[in-house]
Write a protein that binds this ligand. Structure first.
Ligand SMILES: [Zn+2]
Length: 390
């Protein structure tokens, strides 16, 4: 059930807000959509009391990689399913729209959603129209630098970067040339690149070496699918991180999980984590084909990272403060502070045993689950949609 309340008080929850360094029992009062006060014991002062005792109150969760052009191909999903319907307040589309569809994306997706919807513009004009197995960068005419620049300038409030499929399948005969063009566009537009690695779709294509891809990336760019088991991933044949991955990490290139149908593999994750490379962002790569498993939602993906050894604080930090930084929105999102619009998630941490399943049906035991209870945006309080999450 969704509610609209002018004044309400979240009473008795554990506020966990890594951006503000806050972790403890606090009440949060919201007036007319703005956080009015955060303190140990607040009086309702006329506000409706919402009992959140035993629950975790975090900044609104941010899922930085999904496919949200509802109805487009096999992937496009309604943003509110993975968004406020999953306890998440901000969702980011990863390249469904190229420059020619950006205005359609805005009016059809962003403007109609209850969740905040941002996006990465696809380097290719085709975006997600042709489906993932198509060579969308293999013809130089499919990148129109001028039109991309114009589309981005007209949509700065929505576009957070440029999506690049750095796979042999997508690049085809153009080889690494599209990466050079993406680099230039990123510099001109002062936007990060979101780069897909891993040959998950075109099994016959000659994979691109991640070391060659990373040469084009700078501080603030993001590699998504860091735990992919497919050719083109972060590990060499001995399970060691390629040297260029270390260099990229040191130079400030960011790493995102991008779970998806294909790209979270627990064995790869363990090897990558054991070598000291940790995710900056946690994302579902959510779409129509993985909501009913293996992905489900962002809270479940966060719980899988906990099963891999991360603490609740760390995964909440990834999904809030880190995600906001990754999107260049840290002044606006990823914290709960008095005087700012209310963007809040309320979660329940359940102590129970379950099997976490990866994209290759590999399992690891998990002892804690994260279940969404509310997503709050301004004066609106959303309860999650039914889910088959484990
Ligand atoms: Zn994706």
């Amino acid at each position: 059930m969704n509610r609209q309340l002018a004044n309400f008080l979240l009473k008795g929850g554990r506020v966990l807000d890594p951006a503000s360094g806050r972790d403890g029992l606090f009440d949060v009062r919201v007036r007319n959509g703005t956080v009015d006060a955060i303190d140990g014991d607040l009086s309702p002062d006329g506000a409706t009391v919402i009992d959140v005792k035993g629950l975790i109150v975090t900044p609104g969760l941010i899922d930085v990689h999904l496919h949200l052009m509802k109805g487009l191909g096999a992937f496009g999903v309604d943003p509110d399913i993975f968004g406020v319907g999953s306890g998440v307040t901000t969702v980011v589309d990863a390249g469904s729209a190229g420059h020619s569809l950006l205005n359609v994306f805005r009016s059809y997706v962003t403007n109609n959603a209850k969740t905040r919807v941002l996006n990465y513009i696809n380097l290719s004009t085709l975006g997600g129209v042709a489906g993932p197995g198509f060579s969308i960068l293999a013809d130089s005419r499919l990148i129109d630098d001028e039109k991309i620049e114009k589309a981005v300038e007209a949509n700065r409030d929505m576009v957070v970067g440029i999506k690049v499929m750095a796979t042999g399948g997508a690049l085809g005969a153009e080889g690494l040339k599209p990466l050079a063009r993406a680099r230039k566009l990123g510099d001109v537009l002062r936007l990060p690149l979101l780069v897909h690695i891993g040959e998950s779709w075109n099994k016959d294509a000659a994979p691109v070496h991640v070391g060659d891809v990373l040469k084009y990336l700078r501080a603030g760019d993001i590699v998504t699918h860091m735990f992919t088991v497919h050719p083109g991933g972060l590990l060499d044949s001995n399970g060691k991180l390629w040297l260029q991955v270390r260099d990229a990490q040191e130079s400030g290139v960011l790493m995102d999980v991008g779970h998806g149908l294909h790209n979270l593999n627990f064995d790869v994750a363990r090897k990558v984590l054991d070598q000291g490379l940790f995710p900056d962002g946690v994302s579902t790569d959510g779409h129509r084909g993985n909501r009913a498993g293996p992905v489900y939602d962002l809270p479940t993906t966060m719980a899988k990272l906990m099963a891999l050894g991360f603490s609740l604080d760390r995964v909440v930090e990834m999904a809030t403060a880190n995600a906001a930084r990754l999107l260049g929105r840290y002044n606006e999102l990823g914290f709960v502070r008095a005087g700012y619009p209310a963007e809040i998630s309320v979660l329940r941490l359940e102590e129970r045993e379950w099997q976490a399943v990866d994209s290759q049906k590999g399992t690891i035991p998990a002892r804690q689950a994260i279940v969404p209870v509310y997503a709050i945006r301004g004066d609106r309080i959303y309860e999650p949609l039914p889910s088959e999450r484990p």
